[in-house]
Design a protein around this ligand. Structure first.
Ligand code: SF4
Ligand code: SF4
Length: 189
């Protein structure tokens, strides 16, 4: 496995994924709330080690891999270590936005199949409350809704490891950093 090629291909997929999900939020007007970072504070966010290879590689290239490993091992924080809190509770932003994993790109407004031909919108509760959406408004036959399952298939097609062995996001990042450290020691010395 060439880790840089893998990362490059995954980043291209991530960009296409973000473009589709963001475009949908934009065209429907269901934008995230200004300054909001509540979803990043959920201690149950999971990702696979392989999904975090682009983030780990960027950290390695910045020369801060050892500091990140130490930080992840010592703080053992329940919420994502990449989160940068804002001034008010619930506010903040992703400190590694361009390398965030798939769950962070699909969360917010996404579709899943309920019945044949019917798609249900899975919407963050803050967006749902803010725009006062009813349950009926969440069901649609609109083919433009970005579907989580389709993107999961595309991830699996790129590499089956991407959707397997999901674990808490900080553990996944630690695993990715350890992989990058190992691969780069062999491939780039
Ligand atoms: S990677 Fe970024 S977007 Fe994802 S949970 Fe962490 S801080 Fe939030
Ligand atoms: S998805 Fe919801 S919780 Fe996350 S930033 Fe957007 S509005 Fe906030």
């Amino acid at each position: 496995m060439n880790i840089r090629e893998f990362s490059h291909n995954l980043e291209k997929l991530y960009q296409a994924m973000s473009a589709e999900f963001s475009a949908y939020q934009s065209t429907t007007g269901l934008a995230c709330l200004a300054g909001c970072g509540r979803c990043c504070l959920n201690p149950e966010i999971e990702a696979s080690v392989f999904e975090l290879i682009p983030m780990a590689l960027a950290i390695y290239d910045e020369g801060t891999l050892d500091q990140w490993v130490e930080r992840l091992q010592s703080t053992r924080r329940e919420t994502c270590e990449a989160f940068v809190p804002g001034e008010k509770p619930g506010e903040g932003k992703c400190g590694r936005y361009h390398q965030r994993p798939s769950v962070c790109r699909m969360f917010g407004v996404a579709g899943h199949h309920k019945k044949e031909d019917q798609v249900t919108l899975s919407i963050c509760r803050y967006i749902k409350e803010y725009y006062a959406l009813t349950e009926a408004q969440l069901v649609s036959d609109n083919s433009d809704i970005p579907m989580m399952v389709e993107w999961s298939y595309r991830m699996t097609a790129l590499d089956p490891n991407l959707m397997q062995d999901r674990r808490p996001i900080n553990e996944a990042l630690l695993g990715a950093l350890q992989k990058v450290s190992l691969y780069t020691a062999y491939q780039e010395e």
